[in-house]
Design a protein around this ligand. Structure first.
Ligand code: GUN
Length: 173
C-alpha cells in the first residue's frame, strides 16, 4: 500500500501517518520530515532511526517533555480508559490490565517513588515483558541517577516508537 511509503508524503500526510508515533509529541516526526530525514525512507527501522536521532539530539527540556507525555504504567489513566490506542495495546499486551489489587497498588507506589525521585514517569518498552519482569526492571531503575535514567527513558521511547512503526508497516501490507 502506498500509505506505507513515507517517501512520497508531504508533511501533512506524513503527520497523519506518523505524528502519533511519539506519545503526544508530533514535533519529533515533523522535525525529522523537515530535516529531509524521511524522504527516502520506506522502512520502519530507518524511520525509527531518523526520528530517534531527532529525539536524541533534542535539548534536555524537550526530552523531558516527551518522557512526561507518557502515562503511568497500570496508572489511574489506564484504569479510566484514557490512554492512546497504542498505550492501551502495549499495557494490555504486558498484562498490566490484569493486575491484582496488590499488584496495582505496588505499581502506584513505585510510580510515585519514581516520579518523586526523577520528576518524570517510568517508561519502558514493554513488548515481550510480563508485569513481573516490568516490576523487576522498575526496582532496578529506581536506583539509577537522574542523568542515566533520562537517557534510559529516551532509549526506551525510541524502542517503543520502533515497535509502533513496525506495527503500522505490518498493518499497511
Ligand atoms: N511503554 C510502552 N507503553 C507505555 C506507556 O503507555 N507508558 C509507559 N510509562 N511506558 C510504556
Amino acid at each position: 500500500l502506498n500509505s506505507a511509503r513515507p517517501s512520497s508524503l508531504d508533511l501533512e500526510a506524513f503527520l497523519t501517518h506518523y505524528g502519533d508515533i511519539f506519545e503526544h509529541s508530533p514535533w519529533v516526526a515533523e522535525t525529522a520530515w523537515e530535516q529531509g530525514l524521511t524522504t527516502q525512507h520506506d522502512d520502519a527501522d530507518v524511520l525509527a532511526d531518523s526520528m530517534g536521532a531527532v529525539l536524541q539530539s533534542a535539548d534536555i527540556n524537550q526530552q523531558i517533555a516527551v518522557i512526561r507525555a507518557h502515562p503511568d504504567l497500570a496508572g489511574k489513566a489506564a484504569l479510566a480508559g484514557e490512554l492512546t490506542q497504542d498505550s492501551t495495546r502495549e499495557q494490555a499486551g504486558a498484562g498490566l490490565d490484569q493486575c491484582s489489587a496488590a499488584e496495582f497498588e505496588r505499581f502506584q507506589r513505585m510510580n510515585q517513588a519514581y516520579q518523586d525521585k526523577f520528576g518524570f514517569p517510568f517508561v519502558i518498552a514493554v513488548k515481550g515483558l510480563d508485569r513481573h519482569a516490568i516490576l523487576e526492571a522498575f526496582e532496578k531503575r529506581l536506583e539509577n541517577d537522574a542523568a542515566t535514567e533520562r537517557q534510559t527513558a529516551i532509549q526506551q521511547i525510541i524502542q517503543i516508537a520502533r515497535f509502533r512503526l513496525h506495527m503500522r508497516a505490518e498493518a499497511a501490507e
